[in-house]
Design a protein around this ligand. Structure first.
Ligand code: NAD
Length: 352
């Protein structure tokens, strides 16, 4: 008989832009994805906001409601836990779930506000055999998969350079840094050089972030990448992959995917049936998590992949602090950005 899995969620939220929403309510996407597998029973949810929990429970089959996630983990002993809280809670919640004997933890991105916390989450779960994944769900969407396949098949010759643009290195950047590793066959970064400007008082999901940033990476296979962030960042698309024989672009809107290949007179749009934000990704994420629990395979969103992108984020911050290139592995545990803000060396209250 096929095994069924007991699912619990920590931090349910309210759907994006609905009454009382404090964010995107990512738990809705997670639970809908797990429901589609037909293999998971939502047995419990934990949220400090009783009203959020009650609304969520009414929508998804009345699971047990807890305010204290530690009590829930002890009482319910779920097989799979989805963590959909803001980043400062990801590490303590992941470690508590691992400690409670949960078999698979699917946590929202970014991993954690500091490199030490992110690395500990990964190392503790890896050592205990807990399947830990982070929601870099775009790996499951067609435009990215097609672009990766084109690179792998040699459509643009040898990959030389990648470019990406988004709002910041941490909250959005975690997606693009993850994607740069995905396009480049999961090759680890060798060194990172970066700079950030924090003159604006910008916070995303409670974490202070740069208003503008720059991160340049050399990967172990010689490929280089640049991520530019902030309100003045503009590379003309979301991701660009440059090879010896052509260029691939992933757009924010239309065309979602296009390429200029050696010998062609102009750009050619590559037909794709999905955009870069499509919710269908969460069905594939959940299916992969369940499949890997069955088989012992490593999921595509494994922390073994997420930790590489995360190290680059904190290396870029560290590069800004030390005014130099950071050779990996990164030796510091904090977030240089948060420490510099605390010390008044960066941010709107910077001492001149
Ligand atoms: N993968 C993506 O594309 C994507 C998109 C948006 C947001 N996110 C990430 O998802 C995470 C959650 O964001 P959101 O927008 O879903 O948040 P949200 O504000 O919609 O929901 C968070 C919920 O957590 C609850 N909570 C707070 N403290 C708690 C505690 N101690 N115990 C239990 N519950 C607690 C809150 O009451 C709230 O209901 C963030 O890390 C964010 O970066 C990812």
């Amino acid at each position: 008989m096929t095994q069924r899995y007991r699912l619990a969620v920590i931090g349910v939220g309210r759907p994006w832009k609905s009454d009382g929403a404090t964010g995107f309510g990512m738990a809705h996407s997670h639970v809908q994805g797990f429901a589609k597998t037909g293999r998971c029973d939502l047995v419990a949810i934990a949220d400090i906001r009783r009203d959020n929990a009650e609304a969520f429970a009414a929508q998804y089959g009345n699971p047990a409601i807890y305010e204290d996630y530690v009590a829930m983990l002890a009482a319910v002993k779920p097989d799979i836990v989805s963590i959909c809280t803001w980043p400062h809670l990801h590490a303590p919640m992941t470690l508590a779930a691992a400690e409670a004997g949960v078999r698979a933890i699917h946590c929202e991105k970014p991993m954690a506000p500091t490199w030490g916390e992110a690395r500990t989450m990964h190392e503790v779960c890896a050592a205990r055999g807990v399947q830990l994944t982070f929601d870099h769900q775009r790996r499951f969407l067609e435009p990215f998969g097609k672009a990766r396949a084109m690179v792998k098949d040699g459509a643009i010759g040898r990959l030389l350079r990648m470019e990406a643009q988004c709002a910041d290195l941490f909250d959005w950047g975690t997606h693009w840094l993850d994607m740069l590793h995905y396009y480049n066959d999961e090759t680890p970064a060798e060194w990172v050089i970066g700079q950030i400007d924090c003159r604006t008082d910008r916070k995303v999901f409670g974490v202070p972030l740069e208003g503008q940033g720059l991160c340049h990476i050399k990967f172990a296979n010689g490929v280089r990448a640049t991520l530019v962030t902030g309100h003045e960042a503009d590379i003309g698309c979301a991701n660009r992959l440059i090879g010896t024989h052509g260029i691939i672009e992933i757009g924010w809107d239309r065309p979602v995917l296009r390429a200029w290949l050696k010998g062609s007179p102009d750009w050619a749009e590559i037909p794709v049936g999905e955009g870069i934000h499509d919710g269908v990704a969460h069905e594939r994420v959940a299916a992969d998590i369940v499949r890997c629990l069955d088989t012992g395979d490593r999921p595509l969103l494994s922390s073994f992949n997420a930790v590489r992108a995360t190290e680059v984020i904190f290396a870029a911050y560290e590069s800004s602090r030390t005014r130099g290139r950071i050779d990996l592995p990164l030796q510091t545990e904090d977030s240089a950005l948060l420490t510099m803000i605390e010390q008044g060396l960066m941010g709107p209250n910077r001492k001149s």
